[in-house]
Design a protein around this ligand. Structure first.
Ligand SMILES: O=C(O)CCC(=O)C(=O)O
Length: 282
């Protein structure tokens, strides 16, 4: 009989390669205490108006009918940027993806608020959007940031540890574990890992920010150029702009011709920030 895998848990001082190592084994890991309350509250407050205005538009059998969802948060909630580009987050993402690409990009960046009364989401893998597998290559990584405490009761993300890999295989008897973690923590999981949101049996919503980061040569799950067009992308620093996809992959993939830099999303007030490296040929 094999010993069941346990969810690896680290504190914020963890070396990204250690977190990645644990993920390769279990498929997922949690790092606690990554963000302070103030950073989390600023982000949550920035997302709130969008949850209220458009959160119900993505209701369906998969997303649920008591769950609010808002896509492409960088298009309207700049306070999400420090979370999405946090060094520890990118450090772990880099360990998993960088061996297989020149640059990785955001696939999707979504606020999810699971309200009381919501049931378990169906287990799935994020990689099902891509029609192939390459043995030994992870296509993407999901990064769920807890904007409230995540508990068994309120719908913490459920993870089927050890279910990752290159085969379309799933043991229907495998028991998911819940990514129970305090507000400000991060749950990382591989794109091939089976997982889902949990049922909320508590009396308050569970709010999370889930960002997927994908190999830079894959099509992004959400079209970031439409969601965060150059006029909005311009307000962000180069790290975020590159994560959005305003960059080439290697020497030429995704390059664009720019005349006079007019369409390049750079910050005009910063003379050193031409943005030109993002689109022109090397
Ligand atoms: O809300 C969660 O905990 C996970 C949601 C999820 O996996 C999804 O909607 O694809």
């Amino acid at each position: 009989m094999t010993t069941p895998l346990e969810l690896p848990v680290f504190d914020a001082g963890a070396e990204p390669f250690r977190v990645a190592e644990a993920m390769r084994r279990a498929g997922a890991a949690v790092v606690t205490g990554v963000f302070d309350n103030e950073t989390i509250e600023r982000c949550a407050a920035d997302l709130q108006p969008e949850f209220e205005a458009r959160g119900k538009l993505q209701e369906n059998d998969f997303n649920g009918y008591k769950t609010l969802r808002i896509s492409s948060v960088l298009g309207y909630a700049p306070e999400s940027a420090p979370l999405i580009a946090a060094p520890l987050v990118l450090g772990v993402v880099e360990q998993i993806l960088k061996p297989h690409c020149h640059a990785y990009r955001i696939g999707s960046a979504t606020g999810i608020e699971i309200w009381p009364g919501e049931g378990d989401q169906v287990l799935h893998t994020d990689d099902s959007i891509y029609p192939l597998r390459i043995p030994g290559v992870e296509f993407q990584i999901g990064v769920m940031i807890a904007l409230t405490d995540f508990t068994e009761e309120n719908g913490a993300t459920r993870l089927v540890l050890g279910s990752h890999g290159t085969e379309d295989y799933f043991d229907e008897h495998a028991e998911p574990v819940s990514a129970v973690m305090p507000k400000g923590s991060v749950a990382f999981y591989l794109g091939s890992l089976w997982h889902a949101g949990g049922a909320n049996h508590s009396d308050a919503p569970r709010m999370g920010l889930i960002t997927t980061y994908a190999l830079g040569w894959l099509r992004q799950e959400v079209n970031q150029y439409l969601a965060v067009p150059p006029d909005i992308a311009r307000q962000y620093d180069p790290t975020i702009r590159r994560l959005l996809g305003y960059t080439k992959h290697g020497s030429s993939l995704g390059h664009g011709h720019v005349v006079g830099g007019a369409r390049v999303p750079h910050n005009p007030e910063d003379k050193s920030d031409t943005g030109l490296d993002m689109w022109v040929w090397d």
